[in-house]
Design a protein around this ligand. Structure first.
Ligand code: HPA
Ligand code: ZN
Length: 345
């Protein structure tokens, strides 16, 4: 095949072992229905479903808000430090099997503190799992704290205050939840304070929102990465700017399909992004809700768009060069990608 593989099966095998980083993952979105039931029972929390099948059947979304309503409801079973450890460990073990060598994961503290769960409980459980993955598999990680953009900037400021004792474990801040009507500029001051604290900055922009939100994320917030960014393609000047600056986009194909950002994976803009010189990466966003972890995202979009060996290598390389790892660690991962490629001619 002209794509550099003998068959689609050969390409899937190549993807399966290709070293990669995941840069766009909401840890609460990795809560599988089975674990949701187990935690509900362990904690004596009532959930409005009677079976795992019923939960999965409820995962039919027509837009971002549809999903978010169920996503916040699912979090109700997360109460203790062990719950956050079990949640995070399950995700890390799952992606270890997908040849993920490094993760940069989001968490939504406001989804927990507003239910009476202490900030320290959340971060304690998550970081204990991240440390275990580093010790067991040499998997590195960074933690990014997201502000819920449907809430006020004052509430984001209060969340940043709560994070101050934990900044050794928090590498950056992000912006998620309902995009339309909540532009990045709403959070200009809290992002400026996060920057002054030495934190990296990322924001969801251009998932459902217009190109103007991507400009705001760049110009008002000064982000280091754009999460999603799909709608940037509507503005050629923006595309040229993102390409020239090497700005990483954390693209999430199965999420885009499930939230109706695209009608079909055949219509997914990932290949267009790569052709335009954009530093796109492939990620799972909320894998328990969107039907697949990172390799399923790679395979889905590779099959639908007939991605070539060179395109898959570029996506894997972008995942490390777009990460917050130091250059020497990025270099070691890039060498591992080359070694995998050479071993699979
Ligand atoms: N978009 C916005 N907010 C989110 C998402 C998403 O895909 N997942 C979890 N919070
Ligand atoms: Zn997301």
């Amino acid at each position: 095949m002209s794509n550099g593989f003998a068959s689609a099966a050969d390409r899937r095998e190549f993807i399966a072992g290709l070293p990669k980083a995941e840069l766009h993952l909401h840890i609460e979105g990795s809560l599988e229905p089975e674990l949701m039931f187990a935690l509900a029972e362990r904690n004596g929390v009532a959930i409005p479903f009677s079976s795992v099948e019923e939960v999965r059947a409820a995962y039919a979304f027509s837009n971002l808000q549809d999903f978010l309503d169920i996503y916040y409801q699912g979090m109700a079973v997360l109460l203790t430090e062990n719950d956050f450890y079990d949640l995070t460990m399950a995700y890390l073990a799952r992606v270890h099997a997908d040849a993920v060598r490094h993760v940069e994961i989001f968490f939504d503290p406001q989804g927990h503190t507003e239910r009476g769960v202490a900030f320290a409980t959340v971060i304690g459980g998550i970081t204990r799992a991240l440390d275990a993955a580093q010790a067991q598999w040499g998997m590195s990680s960074r933690l990014i704290m997201c502000f819920l953009r449907h809430l006020s900037e004052a509430e984001a400021e209060a969340t940043l205050d709560q994070a101050l004792p934990h900044l050794e474990r928090i590498h950056g801040v992000g912006l998620d939840s309902s995009e339309n009507g909540h532009p990045p500029a709403k959070f200009a001051r809290v992002f400026a304070r996060a920057r002054s604290l030495g934190l990296k900055l990322v924001a969801h922009a251009g998932e459902e929102g217009p190109p103007a939100y991507v400009y705001e994320a760049l110009d008002v917030l000064g982000v280091d990465r754009i999460d999603h960014g799909n709608r940037s393609l509507e503005d050629p000047a923006l595309v040229a700017r993102l390409a020239a600056s090497g700005m990483t986009l954390t693209v999430c194909p199965l999420s885009n399909l499930k939230l109706c950002v695209v009608d079909d994976l055949h219509a997914h803009p990932l290949k267009t992004m790569l052709d335009a010189g954009l530093a796109a990466t492939v990620n799972s966003d909320d894998p328990a809700y969107f039907g697949g972890y990172v390799n399923a995202n790679f395979i889905g979009v590779a099959d639908a768009l007939d991605l070539s060996r060179e395109e898959l290598l570029a996506l894997a390389r972008n995942s490390f060069t777009g990460s917050f790892l130091p250059d020497n660690e990025q270099g070691a991962h890039l060498a591992a990608i080359d070694a995998w490629n050479r071993a699979h001619p």
